[in-house]
Design a protein around this ligand. Sequence first.
Ligand code: ADP
Ligand code: MG
Length: 632
Amino acid sequence: MPDYASILKQYWGYDSFRGIQEDIIRSIGQGRDTLGLMPTGGGKSITFQVPALAQEGLCLVITPLIALMKDQVQNLRQRGIRALAIYSGMSKQDILVTLENAIFGNYKFLYISPERLATDIFRTKLAKMKICMITVDESHCISQWGYDFRPAYLKIAEVRRMLPGVPVLALTATATPEVVTDIQKRLEFREENVFRMSFERKNLAYIVRRTNDKAKELLHILQRMPGSAIIYVRNRRRTKEVTEYLIKQGITADFYHAGLDDATKDIRQHRWQKGESRVMVATNAFGMGIDKPDVRLVIHLDLPDSLEAYFQEAGRAGRDGQKAYAVILYSPSDKATLRKRIPDSFPEKDYILDVYEHLQYYYQMAMGDGKDCVREFDIEDFCRKFKYFPVPVDSALKILTQAGYIEYTDEQDNASRLLFTLRREELYKLRELGEPAEKLIQIILRSYTGLFTDYAFINEDSLAVRAQLTRQQVYESLIRLAKLRIVSYIPRKKTPYIIYTRERMDISQMRITPAVYEERKARYERRIQAMVDYVEECHICRSRMLLRYFGEKNEHNCGQCDTCIQRAHEHPSPTPSLQAEAICQVLAENPLTPAELRDKLNADKDQLNELLHQLADNHRIITQNGMLQIRK
Ligand code: ADP
Ligand code: MG
């Protein structure tokens, strides 16, 4: 067997594997299809990076978020490991070079976004690569049962079939039991093989606080508990309002949502990361990829629409292992607000088709036209023109995406796009643009094709390198060219867009199937109900509830969530220290098994276990041959 530990030591400097890391590595190292379930921050990356380094060949890594992909590639390169990435927004030329490198360049990792898997160029080149394993990160995205299904993930099975005998490692941080089964099925696992690390977060106290005055309660909590915090709210407007409120109260805060430009996002995240502002008020756009260990508080002012999302967001607190709190401020009207998301997310089918029809008027798209067209989509403009509300339109477009008629992407990962609004001949007649604009135009024309007929994805970074300009210069020149109406420039992350995956259809021929609509709606309803049940429950331990939802059986109560504290209040027991002394006294007489001890003390199992843990941690007792005894 390869010496995985020394690879870990050599490249990462870590002395040992964590939890189930090594089990996963061995399993995939033996060529078995493997599913690894580890909470966020648990250390999933190592589980494919180490075994790939231990063998010949290239590891294909499929992961949905471009920002994270770039991070990982950079991280590997810093360790002297050769890694590549392919994502939307790269020019054809860049993609080609990268693929050639993957074939001949002696690289170890090729990261790719799932949308790219379908392209002919990728598939042609893939046949020539020597792939040793396929890694599917965020693998829950392949399951329509999950909360974050991405149709592009379904392409992975096709790619897998092109690589017979190559094992798959699927990783995820959230998966309910049905999703765990589904992932393996969709990825065509040769046999079931799951490794699961407990999702229990011992240092995290889950609290649900009922209140009719959230602002006051929020302030109260922030004033009582020190340390870095994230506050999640549902919509963008609220992030700003809450931030202003906190600042007025003398608490440093910033807000974050997907509508901000990249630079602003970076600055704010950085400020918060360094502790210069204490609180980040954000929508769920904030989170993926943040690695701040000392977040003490995550507060939800609005309910997320699934426990999966909640667990992820709450889990950003206390990564350093120190005590942290995940608080939901809940008012009875929240339930109705959350349920309202069901019709918002699943508008009537007629409405969906109506939106589709209006999209064609909006783009003046003729019947039968449109295949492969990319169009900028300004939802507010669209709604103004046709008297729609944005929320159900957004949902309708998502459903049309699921149904395969269009591809609608919100601003997450899209690259900048550029279209020349002048004809090529007119361009040559232009004089006196001056540098750096002229040089830039030359480089653009050399780097991309089709710019005169439709938008093309461009990459400012690689343009900057080629034109020997700074990124800022490239950006400013493009803005200037846009103002001069020479180009139409859509900087990245500003506007969502719509891609026509097929020609414009007559709505009488369109089908929105139960798999796309009714079944997904029913699952959405179930997830919302689980969220409501969670906040309305006031007796069961919250940690247990969450773990059970993820299919983990947990024997003990956490002792620190609001329901546990409430229970302790209602049934006061002797103080723990007294009980601990009682245990020591009994064990001093003679060693006992845990069951014997429980009988003798007539103690509650959870409480006793907790105390035994404490005593063991304090080196006062040890276990030998299953018997508890006092440490001499
Ligand atoms: P995940 O993908 O599960 O969220 P990552 O792979 O990003 O987690 O790892 C989280 C952090 O834990 C990283 O900083 C990583 O270097 C660190 N880490 C992973 N495995 C180990 C280990 N065996 N020992 C020490 N640190 C580790
Ligand atoms: Mg990860």
